[in-house]
Design a protein around this ligand. Structure first.
Ligand SMILES: [Cu+2]
Length: 144
């Protein structure tokens, strides 16, 4: 019985390891200046005027969101927990807040209309759980 449990754990560990490797295959995001940033998440889609994010077990399912500079972003926010989270954008860690949604109840999906932000790299976080729920928010300039 114990031996079978250990075998199960080893299989799970192998799966987890390969899943991590897959996660590193994403193309690095390039800003309009052509400089490569360190983002490695392949679920970092964009630039776009629409994005989606899920809060579950007090973590976000993505570590980056890419809007478009000077354009609003419609963010679909799924809260899979049964308690509140929110979505805030700051000028870096501990920096000035440039946007903060109200606290969003658990087990619902909300549509957040985030106003246009100037070109740059920001930080997003949940104001209630900033240490476990955060990521990078990019607003690159696209087109001309
Ligand atoms: Cu939270």
């Amino acid at each position: 019985m114990i031996r079978r449990a250990i075998a199960g754990l080893l299989i799970l560990a192998a799966f987890t390891a390969s899943a991590c490797e897959d996660g590193k295959r994403g193309q690095p995001f390039r800003s309009s200046q052509g400089t490569s940033t360190a983002v490695q998440e392949n679920d970092c889609a964009g630039p776009s005027s629409q994005a989606e994010i899920t809060a579950s077990k007090s973590v976000f399912d993505k570590q980056c969101v890419i809007a478009v500079a000077d354009q609003p972003l419609r963010l679909t926010f799924h809260n899979d927990d049964n308690f509140q989270h929110n979505f805030a954008i700051l000028q870096g860690k501990g920096g000035e807040s440039v946007y903060a949604s109200h606290f969003l109840d658990g087990s619902i999906t909300s549509t957040l209309d985030i106003p246009a932000l100037g070109a740059g790299t920001y930080r997003f976080e949940c104001n209630i759980h900033p240490f476990t729920m955060n990521g990078r928010f990019f607003a690159p300039r696209i087109g001309k």
